[in-house]
Design a protein around this ligand. Structure first.
Ligand SMILES: Nc1ncnc2c1ncn2[C@@H]1O[C@H](COP(=O)(O)OP(=O)(O)OP(=O)(O)O)[C@@H](O)[C@H]1O
Ligand SMILES: [Mg+2]
Length: 380
């Protein structure tokens, strides 16, 4: 796409020396209309993501008709730090797969750390699973949608949930299968982005790590990631396995089934941590029905849902070695998809109020809340 700045054909940056291409950030500033509030697509723990339009230089078209991009602007005061920014560029800049979001370029200029991605029209899986219809109709979402993307207000159907799970699993399987295995470390619903056809792509490689050498089962590293998704062995010991990612995948599968957040302290006590709470429900047909997302209105093949629940349980195994590989997960999900019977048009399953309550808008906490991630020294 011919980005003249920090395009990924360049060698990834190794220092924070200001770039010589002085108008890089001004190009992105113009693309995002000076990082206008109306262009905000979402906000993570370390900064906002803006929608932008790169001018099509060949046709001389104005911005807002050129290539659509998403620009992540890391906060100067609370950003992930140069190391994570560099990690994103190094990993995502070197790999290419249909289920990994494309990093189109980067910009490092003075205090500005910008990452430029392909625009993912339907936003994140998190928005679809956990935001209420009211949120999706709210101004903030309409801003992000602009007139060219009609707001998405329909709950995800069963088939689309399965499609998303398969896409995300393929992305993770690809990383794990690479010559030097890559451990992604931050698998969660907000990092699964969706294109206009609900193809899932994994984003955010700031925490990715190269896997252990052949003689080792794990690497030992500072505990980072997001509460509710991180594997228990990693949180307890700092031992990070390739299969620690599989645990995170199991948590997301549980979220896909229930539309309940991995961690939500606004739920009644005993239910804050989704997986601890619903594990017994995943293995019992009757109990599973009571935690399935009521917005599915019973329109899903229960057999498939039960098989997905069983798979989630395996992924959530307490020991890394007991969890399936992501390759096996992809195969299982594809078999489930292939065997998808016609959805049963049942009456809406009434879920007991004691099991599900109205969800709040709890924002998941990074593990950095107890292992500071914000305080990482910037390499300056
Ligand atoms: N390429 C993109 N296309 C469209 N929307 C995007 C894109 N990247 C991010 N977003 C939107 O911006 C939101 C914020 O993303 P971001 O990665 O900054 O934070 P997060 O994943 O929610 O949290 P965290 O700080 O833990 O990573 C996403 O949830 C998504 O809605
Ligand atoms: Mg993210």
């Amino acid at each position: 796409m011919g980005l003249c700045w920090g395009s990924l054909s360049d060698s990834p940056p190794t220092t924070t020396t200001p770039s010589s291409t002085g108008n890089i950030s001004s190009e992105l500033r113009a693309a995002t209309r000076n990082f206008k509030t109306e262009n905000v697509l979402g906000e993570g723990g370390f900064g906002k993501v803006f929608k932008g339009w790169l001018e099509d230089k060949t046709s001389g078209k104005q911005s807002n008709v050129g290539t659509v991009i998403a620009v992540k602007k890391l906060n100067a005061e609370s950003f992930q730090g140069f190391e994570e920014w560099q990690c994103e560029v190094n990993f995502l800049g070197r790999v290419s797969h249909p289920n990994l979001v494309k990093l189109l370029g980067y910009c490092l200029e003075g205090e500005e750390l910008l990452l430029v991605y392909e625009y993912m029209q339907k936003g994140s899986l998190e928005n679809h699973l956990f935001r209420s219809t009211n949120f999706l109709l709210s101004e903030s979402f309409l801003y992000s949608s602009k007139s060219d993307d009609p707001p998405i207000i329909m709950p995800l159907t069963w088939d689309i949930r399965l499609k998303i799970a398969i896409g995300a699993a393929k992305g993770l399987a690809f990383l794990h299968a690479s010559e030097k295995q890559v451990i992604y470390r931050d698998f969660k619903a907000s990092n699964i982005l969706l294109d206009g056809s609900f193809n899932a792509k994994i984003s955010d490689f700031g925490l990715a790590k190269l896997g252990p050498s052949a003689s080792q089962s794990h690497i030992t590293t500072r505990v980072m990631g997001t509460q509710g998704y991180a594997a228990p062995e990693y949180v307890a010991t700092g031992h990070l396995y390739v299969k620690s990612d599989v645990y995170g995948f199991g948590v997301v599968l549980a979220e896909i089934l229930t539309s309940l957040h991995a961690l939500d302290p606004t739920r009644p006590s005993g239910q804050h941590n989704l997986t601890e709470w619903i594990k017994p429900h995943l293995s019992e047909r009757r109990k599973l029905r009571s935690i399935m997302d009521p917005r599915l209105e019973g329109k899903y093949p229960f057999k498939s849902a039960f098989r997905v629940a069983q798979l989630a349980l395996k992924c959530l195994g307490p020991e890394p070695k007991d969890r399936p590989s992501m390759k096996e997960v992809v195969e299982s999900l594809e078999l489930i998809e292939a065997a998808n019977e016609k959805p049963l048009e049942r009456r809406t399953t009434k879920t007991p109020p004691s099991v599900r309550q109205q969800q709040g808008h709890y924002r998941p906490q990074h593990l950095s809340s107890f292992r500071p991630r914000h305080t990482m020294a910037r390499a300056r």
